[in-house]
Ligand binder design. Structure first.
Ligand code: ADP
Length: 186
C-alpha cells in the first residue's frame, strides 16, 4: 500500500530490503560499522566487499557512527546508488532516550540521502530485531518522523527533495503495524 504526502510517496513493502530497487538503502548498522547480523549482514552479503571497504575508511576518519547518526557509502552490487548506515538505539527500558534516538535515525538518514541527491530511500524496521525495540512504538516513531520531515521540507519550496520513502518490512507483524499507521487519518 502507499499514500502521498506533498508529492512524496510513502510505501509499505513486505520482503528483503536488498531486493528492493531504490536510490538509498538504509542499513540498521552498529556503531563499529563493521557489519553484523540481521539486515546489516544481508546488506553486506548482497552488496559485496565495496561497502565494508568504505565503512572502514569512515571508521579511520571518524571512529564509527554514533547512535542516531547516519553515514553514506556506495551500495556495491545492490539495486541502489548508496547505503545510508544508521545506528539505532538498543532498547533498554524506554528511559534511555531510545525514542529520541530512533527518531534521529530516520531524520538523519533522510538528510544524508538528500545530501547525496538520492530521490528514493528505503528503510528497514530499525532497532526492532536484535536491538529489541517494541515494534508498535518503533513503527509509530518511524512514520511520524518521516511525515514530519516531508512536511518540513515541503514548506521550503524550491528544494530538491524525495520522491519515495519505502518501509520494507521483513515480518508480517511489522507490515501490519505500518499499514495500520498509514491508513490512519490525522
Ligand atoms: P537492529 O539491530 O537494529 O535491531 P536487525 O537487523 O536485527 O537490526 O533488525 C532490524 C529489522 O530488520 C528487523 O525487523 C528485522 O526483521 C529486519 N530484517 C532482517 N533482515 C532483513 C532484510 N533482509 N530486509 C529487510 N529487513 C530485514
Amino acid at each position: 500500500m502507499q499514500i502521498k504526502i506533498n508529492e512524496v510517496t510513502i510505501k509499505i513493502v513486505r520482503g528483503d530490503i536488498t531486493k528492493y530497487a531504490t536510490d538509498a538503502i538504509v542499513n540498521a548498522a552498529n556503531s563499529s560499522l563493521l557489519g553484523g547480523g540481521g539486515v546489516d549482514g544481508a546488506i553486506h552479503r548482497a552488496g559485496g566487499p565495496a561497502i565494508l571497504e568504505e565503512c572502514r575508511k569512515i571508521r579511520d576518519r571518524q571512529g564509527g557512527c554514533d547512535t542516531g547518526e547516519a553515514v553514506v557509502t556506495t551500495a556495491g552490487k545492490l539495486p541502489a546508488k548508496f547505503v545510508v548506515h544508521t545506528v539505532g538505539p538498543v532498547y533498554q527500558n524506554g528511559n534511555k532516550s531510545e525514542a529520541e534516538l530512533l527518531k534521529r535515525c530516520y531524520v538523519n538518514s533522510i538528510q544524508a540521502a538528500v545530501d547525496v541527491s538520492a530521490r528514493r530511500i528505503s528503510f528497514p524496521n530499525i532497532s526492532t530485531g536484535i536491538y529489541g525495540y517494541p515494534k508498535k512504538e518503533a513503527a509509530e516513531i518511524a512514520v511520524t518522523a518521516v511525515k514530519e520531515v516531508i512536511q518540513a521540507y515541503s514548506a521550503d519550496s524550491g528544494e530538491t527533495f524525495l520522491e519515495e520513502v519505502a518501509f520494507v518490512c521483513y515480518d508480517e507483524e511489522n507490515e501490519r503495524l505500518y499499514r495500520q499507521l498509514l491508513e490512519k487519518k490525522d
